[in-house]
Design a protein around this ligand. Structure first.
Ligand SMILES: [Zn+2]
Length: 69
């Protein structure tokens, strides 16, 4: 699979990332180092894509100190 995953937005590592599929059919990119959980999607490819997009958004959000959920 040629899709490249962005490094974990929490711990910055990429060797601990993996895609897990749940019984309901949802796939998530997860980090085995810090338990980061990526967006749930219906396909592995889309899960990685959403994960990458979230990482890009988080990177931008780091400049905004008021960012909080
Ligand atoms: Zn991590």
């Amino acid at each position: 699979m040629a899709t490249i995953m962005a490094p974990c937005p929490k711990c910055g590592k990429d060797e601990l990332l993996a895609v897990y599929a749940y019984e309901c059919g949802v796939k998530h990119v997860e980090c085995n180092g810090c338990w980061y959980l990526g967006p749930g999607e219906g396909s592995i490819r889309q899960a990685i894509k959403s994960h990458n997009e979230r990482c890009a958004a988080d990177h931008l959000a780091q400049h905004d100190a008021t960012n909080g959920e």
